[in-house]
Design a protein around this ligand. Structure first.
Ligand SMILES: [Zn+2]
Length: 247
């Protein structure tokens, strides 16, 4: 699953030819970092384009486009109330798009778990993926209770990362996901190499260790969870997400 950061990524991602034997799925969205770099009127135009392009996607594009993202909140990057409010507006628009299409979101959240939970509780949303989760076990369980999935990257491999390690132990099997967040977040044992998808094995091994599970079991359950949340076993039909669809 390769997510977009901004509108320049959308077509690029859709055109990548994956290596033989691999399936590539993509997410289209607007990252909170990007939101910090544009004016509110620029983001409004781009959000509108995102909405139009996703809701009118061809069936060929829909086989690959399986999520809205990255989207979310980064209050470490956005310090002022104005920029934070701008991030909230753009994120809320992407939540609306997820609702309009039934697509899951890939959510980036840094130092904003309170506002994130509030936004996700405003209205029922399709199950979302908390990408490269770095919050507490308590936040993870609140998100799970609201129907969402928690995805861990190599921050769980860092010795002494107590908070995220507790979260990695607490998430139930059926909501657990793995990722690399490459080229960022290289696992400690691979530094200084840039991160790459193959290093996902490090995250899987570490989760197996932390959860007292077999590596094979972690691989199987996270694969099944990813297939379920991104709907990659069936051809995708966009459908409006009703309040009755509440997970
Ligand atoms: Zn991110």
């Amino acid at each position: 699953m390769a997510p977009a950061v901004d509108h320049a990524d959308w077509d690029t991602l859709a055109k990548i030819t994956p290596p033989r034997g691999l399936n590539l799925y993509v997410a289209w969205g607007l990252h909170p970092y990007f939101v910090c770099e544009v004016t509110p009127s620029e983001s409004a135009t781009i959000v509108e384009e995102l909405y139009d392009r996703v809701t009118s996607a061809t069936s060929e594009l829909r086989t690959r486009l399986r999520a809205i993202g990255e989207c979310g909140l980064d209050f470490a990057r956005a310090q002022s109330p104005e920029v934070r409010a701008h991030q909230v507006r753009v994120f809320r628009a992407q939540i609306d798009l997820a609702r309009a299409t039934g697509l899951p979101m890939s959510i980036h959240c840094v130092r904003a778990s309170g506002p994130l939970l509030e936004l996700l509780r405003e209205r029922p949303t399709p199950p979302a993926v908390m990408h490269a989760f770095s919050g507490s076990a308590q936040t993870a369980l609140s998100l799970v209770a609201a129907g969402h999935y928690i995805s861990f990257a190599a921050n769980v491999c860092v010795p002494g990362a107590r908070k995220v390690i507790e979260a990695a132990r607490a998430v139930p099997d059926d909501r657990l996901l793995l990722e690399t967040d490459s080229p960022d977040q290289t696992p400690p044992s691979r530094r200084p190499a840039p991160n790459e998808p193959a290093f996902i094995i490090d995250v899987a091994r570490r989760l197996a260790e932390l959860r007292g599970a077999e590596l094979e079991a972690i691989a199987t359950l996270t694969r099944d969870n990813a297939r379920r949340v991104f709907g990659v076993e069936e051809p995708l039909a966009l459908h409006e997400f009703d309040d009755d669809d509440q997970p």
